[in-house]
Design a protein around this ligand. Sequence first.
Ligand code: GTP
Ligand code: MG
Length: 242
Amino acid sequence: RKRCFRISTGSKQWDSILNEGFQSCSINEVYGEFRCGKTQLSHTMAVIAQLPKEKGGAEGRVAVIDTEGTWRPERIVQISERFGIDSNAANENILYVRAENSEDQHEQLCGLAEPFASGQYRLLIIDSIMTHFRNDFHGRGELNERQGKLGQHLRKLSQMAEEFNITVLIINQVQSDPGASALFASADGRKPIGGHVLAHASTTRILLRKGRGEERVAKVIDSPDCAEKEATYIITTGGIND
Ligand code: GTP
Ligand code: MG
């Protein structure tokens, strides 16, 4: 595992619970309720990945698979300013693809093997992993088929992470069950979707939640080499910060 590296989140406290960032050659999953900063983390790391190693980066290009239409090049401009890098170059170093449905998402992923073969890419972001899989398959009747297709997608993802020495960041949502009683609402609201198939594929899982005021909290849920610690962070114009 000598060649593996880590990419910073933009927050020193968050990095500290991850042994200095999200690791390459593996799938890192960040999940949590809306407005916790999942998409902001994606933008921040897309800039940091391009920075030199001493600044938490990996001096590499970035690929983004967007399923929700929430990617904003203007945010990359603002975050680049914080880190003092050329914002046009930063956007040019990001290969953006929009996935229209789950099948397209898988095809787009397979299509990235070609640019990744250049050896220049160090980060792949999928925001978010389950949107289409959730929309394209309905009810219990199609659950097996969905999980089968999802498993295939995730196997490809982890194989590519290893082969090309890339940090994979996947964004996920939490279960929302309006039928659940208020008593269990908070517990139910903190389970990621995707079932065992996704749980098995993710090497490291991070739960995000809102804290006091503007504060947000990241918690390590499942990791082979990090304790289940919490860290606070904030969302700024320059991205994720302390
Ligand atoms: P969903 O995709 O809806 O599940 O949410 P998310 O977790 O992806 O949330 P997102 O990353 O979009 O974070 C939204 C939060 O970021 C909001 O509270 C915004 O106010 C904040 N935010 C977005 N852009 C900026 C910015 O330029 N400056 C500051 N200070 N905050 C921002
Ligand atoms: Mg989002």
